[in-house]
Write a protein that binds this ligand. Structure first.
Ligand code: SAJ
Length: 434
C-alpha cells in the first residue's frame, strides 16, 4: 500500500517523533493535538518535550514542507493514534479486597471518534497507545464503524506498540524491531507497509490482540523483575548481606540476570502498564499485582533506611540528590524519588532536593533548589535517590565547606567504591545489612 498523507493524533513523546520521521521520509504529515498550547509551541518552531535530537528532527521535518500541525484531523491515507492512556488517579477497582488502578481510555476514545468523519474506503487506522488487551477489537472497531464502513473490509485497522526508550527515542524508532497486529492479515500488511517507510528493524506481523499483549508483557516482565530485585534488597538487609555483591555474583550464572533494586519504579510506562492486565483479569494476575505492590512500597523501605541512619527525622535536614524517575533524564512523572521526599517531609524532615536535569522543578510539597550547594548546605545527610552520572563524583572540598554532614545514604549503589567517600563519610546503602 502507498501512503502520501498520514495524520497523527497526539503529539507527545511518541506522536511527535513519529510525525517527524514520516515527514523526513517524504510523507505529508498532519500532526494533531487537542492542546492548543502544544500547537502554538510547534507553530512557533519550538518543541514542548525534552528528548535528545528531537528539536532538530522536528525543525527538519517542518523545513521539508511535509509536517504541519492542527487541532483537528483531515482526510488522509493513514491515521495513527498515539495519545496517552494513564490510569484514573482516584477511581480504583476492587478484587478480593485488593484495589487496582483502572486505565483512563478517554483520550483514545475521543481521538478515534475524531477520525470517524474523515475515514474513507481503503484507509488504514493504527493504534499505538498502550492499551488493555482487546482494545482494538472491542473499543475501536465499533467507534470506527460508525462511519458506515466495515473494519477489515472497507478499511484496515492495526495495533502497533511503541517500544522506544526515553532518551533514545529517535534511534530506537528506526532501529527497534516493530510488531504490527492487524484486525486481518491484510490490515497487518498495510501497517507493515506504513512503518517500513522509516523502520530499519525487523517488522513482525501478527493479530491485533497479540500485539497489545506483547507490549504489556514486555513492561510487566520488567516490572516483576525489578520487584524481585527490590525484594532481594529487603531480604539481604535482614540477613546481613550486601545485595549488590549478591546480585553481581548471582548474575555470573549463565541464565540469571538480576536487575537493580532502588527507591521504586517510576515513569509513565512500567509503573502503569501492568495495571492494564490486572484490570482486565484481576483473578489471573496475582503475581503482577504483588510485584506492583512491592515496587510501589519501595519508597517506604527507603524511609525506614533513612530513619535507621538518622533516628527521629523531626527537624533533620536532608539533601536529596535527584528527583527524576531514572538516571540521566529530566522526566519526573511517577517518580519514586518524589514520593520519598513526600514521605520524609511527612516524617518531619526538612528536605531540600536538587535535580540537575530540571533546575526549575516545581512540585507540590517539594522544596526543589537550583544548585547542589543550596541543597547540601547544613544538611545532616545526603540521600542519593537517582543514579545520575554527575552524582558519582562529588568534590570533597565542596562537601567539606558546605556541610557538617558525614552521613551518606545511597539507594542506587552510585557511591560505593568512589574515592571521595573514603574521606570520613559514613556510607549507608540500600540493601546492605550489617
Ligand atoms: N528501574 C529499577 N531497576 C532496574 C531498572 C529500572 O529500579 O534495574 C526503574 C527505573 O529507575 C525507573 C523504572 O524502573 O524508575 C523504569 O525505567 P526503565 O528504564 O526500565 O523503563 P522506561 O519506563 O524508561 O521505558 C520502558 C522500556 N521498556 C522496557 O525496557 C521493557 C521502553 O522500551 C518502553 O518503550 C517504555 O517503557 C514504554 O514506553 O512503554
Amino acid at each position: 500500500m502507498e501512503f502520501e498523507k498520514v495524520c497523527i493524533l497526539g503529539l507527545g513523546y511518541i506522536g511527535l517523533p513519529t510525525a517527524s520521521m514520516f515527514a523526513t521520509h517524504g510523507v505529508k504529515v498532519l500532526g494533531v493535538d487537542t492542546n492548543p498550547g502544544i500547537i502554538e509551541t510547534l507553530n512557533d518552531g519550538r518543541i514542548h518535550i525534552h528528548e535528545p535530537g528531537l528539536g532538530q528532527a522536528v525543525e527538519e521535518a517542518v523545513k521539508s514542507g511535509n509536517l504541519s500541525v492542527a487541532g483537528q484531523p483531515e482526510p488522509a491515507d493513514a491515521f495513527i493514534i498515539a495519545v496517552p492512556t494513564p490510569f484514573y488517579e482516584h477511581e480504583l477497582g476492587q478484587y478480593n479486597g485488593q484495589s487496582y488502578k483502572k486505565a483512563d481510555m478517554r483520550a483514545v476514545i475521543s481521538a478515534t471518534q475524531a477520525v470517524v468523519p474523515h475515514l474513507r474506503k481503503g484507509n488504514l487506522v493504527v493504534l499505538e497507545s498502550t492499551s488493555p488487551p482487546r482494545t482494538t477489537v472491542d473499543l475501536l472497531v465499533p467507534i470506527l464503524e460508525e462511519s458506515g464502513l466495515k473494519a477489515g473490509l472497507d478499511f484496515f485497522l492495526a495495533y502497533s506498540p511503541e517500544r522506544v526508550l526515553p532518551g533514545q527515542i529517535l534511534r530506537e524508532l528506526i532501529e527497534n524491531a516493530r510488531v504490527i497486529g492487524g484486525l486481518t492479515p491484510e490490515s497487518a500488511q498495510a501497517g507493515a507497509d506504513l512503518y517500513a517507510i522509516f523502520v530499519r528493524g525487523e517488522i513482525h506481523m501478527t493479530d491485533a490482540t497479540t500485539a497489545e499483549m506483547v507490549k504489556l508483557m514486555e513492561n510487566t516482565y520488567r516490572d516483576v523483575n525489578i520487584a524481585i530485585a527490590n525484594e532481594f534488597s529487603r531480604l539481604a538487609e535482614r540477613f546481613g548481606v550486601d545485595v549488590w555483591e549478591a546480585i553481581k555474583l548471582s548474575s555470573l550464572h549463565p541464565r540469571v540476570k538480576i536487575l537493580s533494586p532502588g527507591p521504586g519504579v517510576g515513569g509513565h510506562c512500567i509503573s502503569v502498564d501492568p495495571w492494564f492486565f490486572v484490570e482486565s483479569a484481576p483473578d489471573l494476575s496475582l503475581l503482577i499485582q504483588r510485584a506492583r505492590q512491592v515496587n510501589d512500597s519501595q519508597p517506604e523501605f527507603v524511609l525506614a533506611l533513612v530513619k535507621k541512619a538518622l533516628g527521629n527525622l523531626s527537624g533533620k535536614k536532608i539533601a536529596v540528590l535527584g528527583l527524576a524517575y531514572k538516571p540521566d533524564v529530566d522526566d519526573l512523572r511517577e517518580s519514586p524519588a518524589v514520593e520519598v521526599v513526600h514521605l520524609l517531609t511527612k516524617a518531619g524532615a526538612l528536605v531540600k532536593a536538587f535535580e540537575p536535569f530540571k533546575l526549575d522543578a516545581k512540585l507540590p510539597g517539594v522544596d526543589a533548589v537550583p544548585t547542589l550547594a543550596q541543597a547540601v548546605r547544613g544538611a545532616d545527610a545526603l540521600l542519593l535517590l537517582v543514579n545520575h552520572t554527575e552524582f558519582h563524583q562529588l568534590s570533597p572540598e565542596t562537601l567539606r565547606v558546605l556541610t557538617p554532614a558525614r552521613v551518606l545514604i545511597d539507594t542506587v549503589n552510585g557511591w560505593s567504591g568512589q574515592d571521595w567517600v573514603d574521606e570520613g563519610f559514613s556510607l549507608i546503602r540500600l540493601g546492605v545489612g550489617k
